[in-house]
Design a protein around this ligand. Structure first.
Ligand SMILES: Cc1ncc(COP(=O)(O)O)c(C=O)c1O
Length: 392
């Protein structure tokens, strides 16, 4: 028997990238070697000292029981130590930290926590698709904020109508930004705090790529802006900083009432993460950070190799400021999807068409620097062979 899905499930947006994964797997089944740069899954393993800590901690029988609902005190304290060390931001481990099962979960939960049916959320376009999933589940509405190259992929708050500013309850931001690879500075976040205070909007800053800022420029935390804790929270994941995407661990920090709302929904849906994982995560946050510096260097070398070759063949590509993505303008005469199809079918290089991230992503494709320098160079050479750029 097939049971009908709830209306809430039916409202969920289509998974745009499922189609791409399917196309890639069909070509692979035909025996083609596809260089997969379409997704955002870190390719390198978790640093060994973190894995070793998990192994050791998993022997502790105290962790074989249910964990405390809101996570172990030592992990919430480690999060505070991490923010004090990295951003000089002081946090209260009792009231200003929530432990989460990866930030994808938190990003969907936040709309259930703060939005009623019909409420309005301000959303970047292009943006990470899961923000929309949470909004749809909550039966809320969106007002889209275009991110364009002309404004360094920052939203133009003056372009939002007065009506939308008055109605908006939640504002989603994400810097370093997926998919555009842009970063934000303190002046932008200061302006955001001012806007949020004036219109009583809660700010959700998704800081998933907080560790990944290029050329010595450390990404700015939203919480470094004065007054930010009064108006919002930041979500941080261990997935990208420590290559721990499979471990599913993240946290939210900031405004105590919003943190309480996340903890409250989680009290009902989960018991907290396996204690040994929490110990390993605390260790990751507080032990030597050389692994993070090395990771950043690896992505920089990959970026230089890949973009260097693309530029040499005449593809004018802008420099990413952060994340492990590059946001590539498609050549004239192609849509994002047509160009991504061409790269996949003719060059056997998979990239994500920009329109999958929103209408303002049209005209771009996103590539992840998530394979070795050699493979990225090979991808660029395969693109060269297509003969569509001026210097080929
Ligand atoms: C912008 C952004 N936010 C959040 C996430 C989710 O990360 P996780 O659920 O692994 O914490 C991702 C993952 O790709 C992302 O790109």
């Amino acid at each position: 028997m097939d049971f009908p899905f709830s209306d809430a499930l039916k409202r969920l947006p289509e998974q745009f990238f499922a189609g791409l994964v399917h196309k890639v797997s069909l070509l692979e089944q035909e025996g083609h070697d596809i260089i997969k740069l379409g997704q955002g899954n870190p390719d390198l393993p978790t640093p060994q000292h973190i894995v070793d800590k998990l192994k050791e901690a998993s022997d502790n029988p105290a962790y074989h029981k249910y964990s405390p609902f809101r996570g172990f005190d030592f992990l919430r304290q480690a999060v505070c130590d991490f923010y004090a060390r990295e951003y000089k931001v002081e946090l209260d481990p009792e009231t200003e930290v929530a432990i989460m099962f990866g930030s994808k979960t938190g990003l969907v939960e936040i709309s259930q926590c703060l939005l009623n049916p019909g409420d309005l959320a301000l959303l970047p376009d292009p943006g990470y698709p899961d923000y929309m999933s949470g909004i749809e589940l909550a039966q809320a509405r969106t007002s889209l904020m275009p991110l364009t190259a002309a404004l360094d992929f920052l939203p133009d708050y003056t372009a939002i109508t007065d009506e939308d500013l008055e109605e908006a309850k939640l504002l989603f931001l994400n810097y370093p930004n997926n998919p555009t690879a842009a970063t934000a500075n303190q002046a932008f976040f200061d302006k955001t705090v001012e806007l949020a205070k004036k219109h009583q909007i809660c700010v959700l800053h998704d800081f998933a790529y907080g560790a990944l800022g290029y050329d010595g420029k450390k990404p700015q935390s939203f919480l470094q802006s004065e007054g930010s804790k009064e108006v919002g929270i930041e979500m941080y994941t261990l997935s990208k900083t420590y290559n721990m995407a499979g471990w599913r661990i993240a946290f939210a920090v900031g405004n105590a009432s919003v943190i309480e709302s996340i903890n409250l929904i989680q009290d009902h849906v989960y018991v907290s993460l396996f204690g040994a994982m929490q110990e390993a995560a605390a260790y990751a946050l507080t032990s030597d950070q050389i692994c993070v510096e090395e990771l950043l260097q690896t992505y920089e070398l990959r970026r230089d190799a890949f973009l260097g070759h693309l530029r040499a063949i005449g593809w004018e590509v802008p420099e990413p400021k952060g994340t492990f993505f590059v946001w590539l303008p498609v050549p004239k005469g192609y849509t994002s999807e047509a160009f991504a199809d061409l790269l996949l079918e003719e060059a056997h290089v998979a990239v994500a068409p920009g329109n999958g991230f929103g209408a303002y992503g049209e005209g771009y494709v996103r590539a992840g620097l998530l394979d070795s320098e050699e493979r990225l160079l090979e991808a660029a050479k395969r693109i060269e062979k297509l003969g569509i750029f001026s210097k080929t």
